[in-house]
Ligand binder design. Structure first.
Ligand code: ADP
Ligand code: SF4
Ligand code: MG
Length: 368
């Protein structure tokens, strides 16, 4: 991709003048939690909770793409549904354009529903099979009572063109389209009301690998043209590595590393990030030969978020884990400028607990 690297916080250029406040904070999340209660027995007593998102802090800057990555079950979709306010948070706060939206009611949320849109993972189940493409893409106008200039039909046909479909598709039904085309319909619907923030939850995971790049490139092109801000969620780095300005790595309901794309790739600090990166296939055989990175296999599954491990949640799978990792939770702190990491024994940075050197017995077998 030839996209120039955007520098968040830089002065707005003539090109970006249409989107005021480029680089400024659009969304700010503090201490955000979502615990799903688990009820059992005749009296539906609460016996525990799934700690799907357990205290995360981050911001999204206007005009950027924040990638969010982590294995399945780490809480990525829950995070996406919290920041789009499809789910009610258990704790913490969400600010959009400086306004606290954490607990807004239905009427307070109405204007926000225009500004924040979501693209879902599964283009098969997220489009109503009984509705025409025209009905699907025009639904947001009806819901919000918005009358576009030139009429809804004309605007929907324009949107279909924008996402690379034909205006003639207006009267067709979702089943007549391929997965990639359906995801384009989902994108057209998300863009209908000119949102400021688009949260895309694994937008290409359900698509053929050959189609994935096309849809990611479309999202990227639309961002440039429309001045959009993205949060793009993915379960591996291959999909988002080219389009993200910054990347947050999630593990078991926490953000464990958050930095710009370049430093994540050049100097990953969290062992989990390193393991995720070594799992990404290198497509170019010449680069593979030159790629001297160690291969780290992540063993076992993600532990249950109902009963997460003590201390650092990654300690049961980490090859660097020591006693302190079991007992003390590492805080997410900057270990280099703009590079936040939650680890006692990071890579590419000074050890935060140099006195604690004896590996846990599990750790010794974790690295291959
Ligand atoms: N509505 C729900 N009720 C109970 N548990 C849920 C609910 N939604 C998600 N979870 C649980 O929360 C955890 C995180 O899920 P999710 O956010 O979907 O992760 P990801 O998108 O990273 O795969 C999982 O253990 C999942 O089973
Ligand atoms: S804190 Fe310890 S267990 Fe957690 S990632 Fe760092 S070294 Fe591994
Ligand atoms: Mg998910």
């Amino acid at each position: 991709m030839t996209k120039p690297v955007k520098s968040p916080g830089s002065e707005p250029t003539a090109d970006s003048a249409a989107a005021p406040g480029q680089g400024e904070t659009l969304l700010k999340v503090s201490g955000l939690k979502k615990h799903f209660p688990i009820h059992k027995g005749l009296f539906k007593r609460q016996v525990g909770a799934v700690q799907a998102v357990d205290g995360i802090d981050f911001e999204v800057r206007a005009g950027e793409t924040l990638g969010v990555v982590g294995e399945s079950g780490c809480g990525k979709s829950t995070m996406g549904r919290l920041i789009t306010r499809l789910l009610e948070p258990t704790a913490g706060s969400i600010e959009f354009e400086g306004r606290d939206i954490t607990h807004l009611g239905v009427s307070g949320m109405r204007p926000l529903r225009r500004d924040v849109q979501m693209i879902f993972q599964d283009p098969y189940s997220s489009l109503n099979p009984r509705h025409t493409v025209g009905a699907i893409v025009s639904a947001p106008f009806k819901l919000q009572g918005v009358q576009p200039e030139g009429g809804v039909k004309k605007e929907v046909q324009r949107l279909l063109g924008v996402v690379g479909l034909s205006p003639e598709h207006y009267n067709r039904y979702p089943h007549e389209f391929s997965g990639g085309q359906r995801q384009r319909i989902g994108i057209a619907r998300a863009l209908a009301l000119s949102p400021k923030l688009v949260v895309a939850d694994e937008p290409v995971s359900a698509l053929d690998v050959s189609i994935q790049a096309q849809v990611v490139n479309l999202l990227d092109d639309l961002q440039e043209e429309l001045g959009l801000t993205y949060v793009i969620i993915a379960h591996d780095l291959s999909v988002i590595r080219h389009v993200s300005d910054r990347i947050a790595v999630m593990y078991l309901g926490k953000i464990v590393e958050l930095t710009d794309r370049q430093s994540l790739y050049n100097t990953p600090m969290h062992p989990y990030t390193k393991a995720l990166m070594s799992a990404v296939p290198v497509p170019d055989p010449r680069r593979k030969a030159a790629d001297s990175r160690e291969r780290i296999l992540l063993q076992g599954d993600v532990p249950s978020p109902m009963n997460p491990p003590s201390g650092c949640r990654f300690h049961t799978r980490c090859w660097k884990a020591t006693e302190v990792c079991k007992t003390k939770e590492p805080p997410l702190i900057p270990l280099a400028t703009g590079h936040n990491v939650a680890c006692h024994h990071p890579e590419n940075a000074p050890d935060q607990e140099p006195g604690d050197t004896e590996l846990l017995s599990e750790a010794a077998t974790a690295k291959r």
